[in-house]
Design a protein. Structure first.
Ligand SMILES: [Zn+2]
Length: 377
């Protein structure tokens, strides 16, 4: 097989995620990136040179998008020397954005991975960085579990190596308010987001246009695989074909999966894998980030399968014992779904399909965006 890319895909990872937790009661108490790394290793899916260790971004690099005073506060919060008025100003030490031991190092590592990915993609390629995807972070404050905004930094990193037209596609259950804040008025950054309606952060309206290149699709509860296929064909791929990006960034949050405790959508991971594969054909540079995902089994299986698909591997019908053991060793403390997980969470990567009808709501909203695209031409 001849690859269309100059290099095999690269995986940017780090051990910082293993064992670090936002706290015993926070959704990000569960293992995520470490599971993906362990499963990919167990399946023999890291050839020589494919696994790249993420550097930790320096404050000077983070200042490409973030306010230096906020970066200073975030580092002092990790050291335990932050004054309470500053913590309030930057939304640090809240229930969503708690103080925890790696609260600067961990997001700075995700951001360092995204900055490195932009540089590595200069001449083309495919990169999966599941620690990235922190799409809520704002220039001067933490927001929605995100202390920094690594997708924004990835966009700026691509720019710094001469890549101008960038498409950012986001299939997380939540709207990418931080990224839209940064790039809504930049005509060379197309923003497409599919997210659950009436859910935090309550932004991402269907009517948002930015500079004409912002496409938001809020979807109702129960959103299924068939609907995501329709969204891929009627919105995502058509808009990307019009835009002709030099690079595509996919935020592949796993919280739109049915088993996720933080949303009410009903996708199987086949929906994610279909989007991942389709977008690989769109541009010569492709960065797939992680994002939300709060059920340790569904997020680990989804992103490991993403890495398999990016490499053209067929996904095993039943995982070998060494991979099954990784999934059996996971825990979901304090959640009913951790008590008696179904067997397929241990023995497979791919879910069964969750097909259904395209609801009238989704169909009508797709029509509205299609009509807008015709006018836009
Ligand atoms: Zn999310």
């Amino acid at each position: 097989m001849i690859r269309p890319w100059p290099h095999a895909p690269r995986f940017i990872g780090s051990e910082i995620y293993r064992g670090s937790s936002y706290g015993a009661h926070h959704p990000l108490r569960v293992a995520r990136v470490s599971t993906v790394i362990d499963l990919a290793r167990a399946l023999g899916w890291f050839a020589d040179g494919q696994y790249v260790i993420s550097p930790r971004a320096k404050p000077s690099a983070l200042a490409a998008w973030h306010d230096p005073a906020y970066l200073s506060a975030l580092m002092r919060a990790e050291n335990g020397t932050l004054a309470s008025d500053e913590a309030r100003r930057h939304h640090l030490g809240t229930a969503s954005n708690p103080i925890f031991p790696e609260m600067f190092r961990r997001p700075a590592t995700a951001a360092g991975g995204s900055i490195l990915a932009g540089q590595m993609l200069r001449h083309g390629g495919v990169i999966h960085s599941p620690g990235g995807g922190t799409h809520h972070g704002l220039p001067d404050r933490a927001n929605g579990f995100c202390y920094l905004n690594d997708p924004a930094l990835a966009i700026l990193s691509l720019r710094s190596v001469g890549v101008r037209r960038i498409a950012y596609v986001d299939i997380d259950a939540h709207h990418c308010d931080g990224v839209e804040h940064g790039f809504a008025e930049d005509p060379d950054v197309m923003l497409i987001s599919v997210h659950e309606e009436r859910r935090w952060p309550f932004t991402g309206a269907l009517e948002d246009r930015g500079a004409g290149q912002v496409w938001n699709l809020p979807v109702p509860r129960g959103f299924n695989d068939t609907e995501m296929s329709a969204v891929l064909d009627r919105l995502i791929l058509l808009r990307l074909a019009d835009f002709r990006p030099e690079a595509v960034i996919l935020q592949c949050g796993a919280d739109a999966l049915m088993e996720d405790p933080l949303s009410r959508l009903a996708l199987s991971n086949n929906a994610h894998l279909e989007v991942v594969a389709a977008l690989q054909q769109v541009a010569p540079r492709y960065l797939v980030l992680g994002g939300g995902g709060y059920n340790p089994w569904s997020v680990g299986r989804c992103w490991a399968a993403v890495w398999g698909v990016l490499n053209g591997h067929s996904l095993p019908e039943r995982l070998p014992p060494v991979a099954e053991a990784i999934l059996r060793a996971l825990s979901f403390p304090g959640h009913r779904m951790g008590k008696a997980p179904p067997d397929h969470w241990f023995t497979t990567l791919r879910d069964t399909q969750r097909t259904g009808k395209v609801s009238e709501t989704v169909d009508a909203r797709l029509h509205r965006l299609e009509a807008r695209a015709v006018v836009w031409h």
